[in-house]
Design a protein around this ligand. Structure first.
Ligand code: 5GP
Length: 137
């Protein structure tokens, strides 16, 4: 998948289409600020994405430009989604990719929620150069 440019919001990104109801999703939670739905390609027994309803490319865009109500509403939606999924005990991981170095593929802010098993150490091992990855400059 080609990497997005992260400079201007793309109204045709896949999550914008999901928000407009043009593509179906398996919704876990929705309110005025956020939509939470199951990832199409789960990386854990529970893998859910939480996205803001506003047009924000990434965490950097959101934290710089969203108003306080949007930020608070979005974070509460992340917490509520984890509760609905029964994850707080024994735990879960949150992850938000920003930009090419993180391998963000969809240019609409999303927080991944992973759970349902022990999800292992934080980052991929081998970053020192033993594993060759594309586009990591
Ligand atoms: P990123 O790499 O941008 O942080 O994560 C994008 C995520 O979106 C991936 O985990 C990918 O599986 C998920 N995804 C991509 N397209 C769709 C889709 O059409 N529906 C759903 N539910 N998830 C998608």
């Amino acid at each position: 998948m080609p990497m997005p440019d992260f400079k201007t919001y793309d109204d045709n990104n896949i999550f914008a289409m999901i928000l407009r109801g043009e593509i179906p999703n398996k919704t876990v939670y929705e309110d005025d600020f956020a939509l939470a739905f199951h990832d199409i390609n789960p990386q854990a027994p529970v893998h859910v994405l939480v996205i803001p309803k506003g047009k924000y490319i990434s965490m950097a865009d959101f934290t710089a430009n969203a108003d306080d109500a949007e930020i608070a509403g979005f974070m509460r939606a992340v917490g509520k989604t984890a509760e609905i999924l029964d994850l707080p005990d024994p735990g879960y991981r949150l992850l938000a990719n920003h930009g090419p170095h993180s391998h963000q593929e969809v240019p609409h802010l999303h927080v991944h929620i992973f759970g349902g098993k022990h999800v292992g150490p934080l980052l991929m091992r081998g970053w020192e150069g033993k594993i060759k990855m594309p586009n990591m400059d």
